[in-house]
Design a protein around this ligand. Structure first.
Ligand code: GN1
Ligand code: MG
Length: 364
């Protein structure tokens, strides 16, 4: 059933809000879920989301993870004398006491208390990126003693780059939408890098890189900043799962250490800004401190390239499969997204020595 504003307000009314929902406006730029800002007749604000069940096959497990993780973080924030109402998201239950509302036609909805702040799709100042790094690093620290076996794997193989390559190869073989001839160059570029794509997986397998509880989607727009650019809290906890710290570091660099949008058509504008790379590296390493292992440090700069390559092949696979996974707002958007990610990979290869040197500068 179509998600009209009227219907959204009706479903939002199922949750325990202060006042009756009277206004709903689309909010944020996520590629997966639908997000709306709800205002009630008493002026209270809420973040309301429809969960994409094509991506998250078991939405109840997503909510179970989120509730446990938020509870844990809240304990840490309170113990440190912080303001839990700003520093951690607060889910709002339905009037039946559930974290998730399911509609008859298979829609899944959840709500959080809205936290005032700013979300940016691009880094405007290196200091902002430094603060985001601190926030994601602190998030990691807060979860360092979280029992990972309590978490469901919300998307299996999420950062299994080799599996992502296999999906690309399958999509190339099937060429379901007849788009292969258009993307041969991109496919070749990506496949030529498959050999390196297992480096983090091998390091996890041989124990030199530990499994931790990680965020796994550390885009700059998944952190809420105040007007001074300080981080308030980390958002979008749907993919919190056991993973590697390298995934979190690498994905932040992929998205934030460039001035180009993810779908920038002019590839001349797409490159890695080493000053931004440095700001993030400094903030992240400061926050993690001596918890980082030698194995992780040795792969930190490489992880930026790996996560960018992985994201590029995910966009490319989705383009070949007919744009069924990521939300697109115009034709060929996934092709543009592929282009920027692969260009960034190329640029990181040119700058890898400098990136490695920056990592060395900040590790004690
Ligand atoms: C998706 O939902 P959003 O926009 O935060 C995706 C990430 C990708 C990202 C690319 C569950 O994140 O893995 O890196 O798009 N989330 C999921 O921008 O697949
Ligand atoms: Mg998001």
């Amino acid at each position: 059933m179509e998600l009209t504003i009227e219907r959204i307000l009706k479903i939002a009314g199922v949750f325990m809000t202060d006042g009756v929902p009277v206004k709903a406006v689309p909010f944020g730029g996520g590629h997966i879920n639908g997000t709306f800002l709800i205002t009630t007749d008493t002026g209270k604000k809420y973040t309301f989301q429809s969960i994409n069940a094509n991506v998250f096959k078991r939405p109840h497990e997503v909510m179970s993870n989120i509730a446990l993780v938020l509870e844990h973080i809240k304990g840490k924030v309170v113990a440190n004398g912080g303001d839990a109402s700003r520093e951690c998201l607060e889910p709002v239950k339905t009037k039946n006491g559930e974290l998730l509302y399911t509609t008859d036609d298979g829609g899944y909805f959840r709500m959080y208390i809205f936290v005032e702040g700013n979300v940016y799709d691009a880094v405007e100042k290196p200091e902002h990126f430094y603060c985001a790094a601190k926030a994601f690093g602190t998030f990691q620290n807060h979860l360092s003693d979280f029992p990972a076996d309590k978490l469901f794997e919300t998307i299996p193989n999420f950062h299994n780059t080799i599996w992502r390559f296999e999906n690309l190869e399958k999509a190339v073989k099937e060429d379901r939408c007849g788009r292969l001839s258009e993307v041969r160059e991109q496919v070749e570029f990506a496949l030529a890098r498959k050999v390196e794509a297992g480096r983090v997986l091998s390091a996890i397998a041989d124990g030199s890189v530990p499994l931790r509880v990680t965020h796994n989607d550390t885009k700059f727009n998944n952190v809420l900043l105040d007007n001074e650019g300080n981080a308030i809290c980390v958002l979008d906890l749907d993919t919190v799962m056991p993973g590697s710290l390298l995934y979190d570091f690498g994905d932040s660099i992929r998205f934030g250490a460039t001035h180009a949008a993810e779908d920038e058509p002019d590839l001349n504008k797409v490159d890695v800004d080493l000053e931004l790379f440095e700001s993030y590296t400094k903030g992240f390493l400061e926050a993690i401190g001596d918890r980082i292992t030698e194995g992780e440090l040795s792969l930190l700069a490489f992880s930026a390239k790996l996560m960018t390559l992985e994201c590029g092949i995910r966009f490319l696979t989705d383009y070949l499969e007919g744009d069924t996974y990521f939300k697109t707002h115009f034709p060929k958007q996934n092709l543009l997204r592929t282009g920027t990610q692969l260009k960034l990979v190329w640029d990181m290869e040119q700058k890898m020595d400098k990136m490695e040197a920056i990592v060395k500068k900040y590790c004690k």
